[in-house]
Design a protein around this ligand. Sequence first.
Ligand code: ZN
Length: 492
Amino acid sequence: MLDNNLCIYNSMSRVKEFFRPLHDGKVGMYVCGPTVYGDGHLGHARPAITFDVLFRYLTHLGYKVRYVRNVTDVGHLEHDADEGEDKIAKKARLEQLEPMEVVQYYLTRYHHAMERLNVLPPSIEPHASGHIIEQIEYIKKILDSGYAYVSEGSVYFDVPKFNKEHGYGKLSGRNIDELLSATRELDGQSEKRNPADFALWKKAAPEHIMHWPSPWSEGFPGWHLECSTMGEKYLGTQFDIHGGGMDLKFPHHECEIAQSVAHNGCPSVRYWMHNNMITINGKKMGKSLGNFITLDEFFTGSHPLLEQAYSPMTIRFFILQAHYRGTVDFSNEALKGAETALARLLEGWNRIKELKASDSSSIDVADLRRRCYEAMDDDLNTPIVIATLFDACRVINRVNDGAATATAADIEALNDLMKTFAGDILGIRAEDAEGADALKPYQEAVDLLLEIRRQAKQNKDWTTSDRIRDRLAAIGFSVKDTKDGGWEWSLK
Ligand code: ZN
């Protein structure tokens, strides 16, 4: 099924068959990471969860996966052309911060949200800003091969020339004529020979605060370049999987293909994989639409569009209930449905330990397991895996009710099925209960302090009572005395 060395696939059907014969048990996987312009919003959750499941599944099958997810942190003007100024630079300027402080702030928030969603960290998380030298070397080679030109201190990729010799637009199915008419006016467009040409290096305008020296100018690399450069550095000139959101197919991934062909003479990626997008109440997510909801707002329910808080696992489960190539529409009704369904799944899983073993068996756990593998191998069909796990829950309930019988080995196999597919592969965990348990001792410690404060007040020991109140306030607790002599506290 390999297409004469130009292996562009838009799906991962038959995962196992594709990988087994090709590899020595090693898989290289590159996923375009978030631009650090957002602080962990819903749009970040979907690619992260989709490729987390692929990472988990390939690892489960026994592959040694090197998973690279980049951090876009060099501040590209083109990437946010609508606002006219790069967001890192803008925030740094307005708040008088070092740009890397802005990057770190967003990245920490992103990592925290990913941890709560049970998304495993990638093997390598390279920063574009840490690979400027490699990017400059990469550009030099493309210039040498004749597919780029220097103009006014910037370097552009020559799209018409590349198109003539190799074809441009194969991944997204676009043709260049359409491209030429559809390309909008960009900053510095007059420097280009053709509007479809894209920047490999951009000379920094005087107000641009993130820039580096290069043979062409003091400037910064083009956005598409970091992925080609860092993908090659960590995964080699040819690697297996490159993923990202569907919105990255064009132009980002198309440009990556052109760059790697111009650089190495062959495309670097064997399989392209794109997750579909997320909508909220049927609408695209956007700041101007007022439906731009951060993950933290989902977890706390603090956005006006949300009727309640939704746990990280509800969000994860909801995303996995849809196939990654289909759209997902978030609404309160759909999320509440996912919350109930997830609770049922966890309930079934939990019930396994109450099952009584019989000498005979009337259930077929091996068949359930086979169906789960089949679904995963068929282009990561997580909705079918989830449906099969619900079938397993029905089996568990029937055994529990005495309508079916299971041997000790069956019960062990049911538990292993849930642990493997719900836990290890889909990454579902009953974290909320664990989270509450972990907080309990701290809650008790605060109540103990407040109990001591009440006694101090009764003894008119105002020094002690004020000290406890003030110290708690300084840490971030707000304490309210109630009429009945008790108290209420919350973390601000
Ligand atoms: Zn990328």
